[in-house]
Write a protein that binds this ligand. Structure first.
Ligand SMILES: C[S@@+](CC[C@H](N)C(=O)[O-])C[C@H]1O[C@@H](n2cnc3c(N)ncnc32)[C@H](O)[C@@H]1O
Length: 285
């Protein structure tokens, strides 16, 4: 064994760790990074949904708590404000409570907003949950400016968004509900509009994450995830920092129908979706 070479190798690792520039203010340091459960891999295989605490999996079209858990832990620190577009059943809010991050959320489904507020009844967490269409610029501005004032914060520190995947799951019958749009171009325009509204409240050099899946329409794959990612890249001064692929497990299995779906796919020419995307961007303006 070449001891000199080995010593130089270890020394350079140590130096790299020491001199590594810290880019994200999330409380992770060279002294505690080994203890963190944050994944830095671009493939997330999550086999079991976290059902602890307030997480109850009651909303068709929700995401697993591990997604906001990972993103919030990676891109924010305690007391930061997380802004969520399309907040749904409160998965991100409940994670914010666990991780001690303040929260501003937007949805247009009053029923699910009531459910979430009910769950948060005895919470000490400073949070705001609004019934507001995120594509309605004047209404959005008014509401979020009010929220920030009440939280005594100048801006938000992270944005997370889990929009409908076009019209594959209908959430409400309201006209403003993006899940009632079936045209891909109109859908993308609305997604861009909602991010334009939200991004002006995110501090420079902070991060935004979008969770999106692909869909089938008219017997072909619509790569909705890539379309959304590209639309955000094209329309805003952001840097793409991550394209994470996450597995989808269980939904059809839960109904005991795996074999039917497998049979249908085999008799046809398509594949069963087992993936969705998480795109992470850094705001550069
Ligand atoms: C995919 S779900 C989000 C689920 C959420 N991540 C959870 O874990 O429960 C999308 C949500 O977007 C909401 N939504 C649809 N159009 C909207 C709009 N224009 N403004 C605000 N929310 C909207 C729907 O009501 C639905 O709750």
């Amino acid at each position: 064994m070449n001891f000199e070479k080995t010593a130089i190798f270890y020394l350079s690792i140590k130096e790299n760790l020491y001199f590594c520039k810290i880019m994200v203010d999330n409380g992770i340091t060279k002294n505690n990074w080994k203890e963190t459960d944050i994944s830095v891999d671009s493939l997330w295989l999550i086999n079991e949904r976290d059902k602890t605490g307030k997480h109850a999996n009651v909303y068709h079209g929700n995401f697993v708590p591990q997604i906001p858990h990972q993103l919030i832990s990676r891109y924010t620190k305690e007391n930061d404000v997380v802004l969520e577009l399309f907040s749904g059943s409160g998965t991100t809010l409940f994670e914010c409570e666990e991780l001690n991050r303040q929260y501003i959320g937007f949805d247009i489904n009053q029923e699910i907003i009531d459910y979430v507020n009910n769950k948060m009844q005895n919470s000490q967490l400073p949070y705001k949950l609004n019934n507001c269409d995120v594509t309605n610029t004047s209404q959005f501005n008014k509401v979020i400016q009010n929220n920030l004032k009440e939280l005594e914060k100048p801006a938000v520190d992270f944005i997370i968004a889990h929009p409908p995947y076009l019209d594959i799951v209908k959430f409400t019958s309201q006209e403003s509900d993006l899940s009632n749009i079936s045209d891909v171009n109109i859908f993308i325009d609305n997604i861009v509009c909602s991010f334009r509204n939200a991004l002006q409240y995110l501090s420079k050099n902070k991060y935004l994450a979008v969770v999106m899946g692909d869909i089938y329409k008219n017997s072909e794959v619509i790569p909705l995830g890539f379309y959304v990612m590209y639309a955000i890249k094209k329309n805003f001064k952001v840097k793409l920092k991550g394209t994470i692929v996450k597995n989808i497990e269980g939904n059809r299995g839960k109904l005991g129908q795996q074999n039917i779906w497998k049979y249908r796919a085999l008799m046809s020419d398509y594949f069963l979706f087992k993936h969705e995307y998480i795109f992470v961007f850094k705001k550069e303006f």
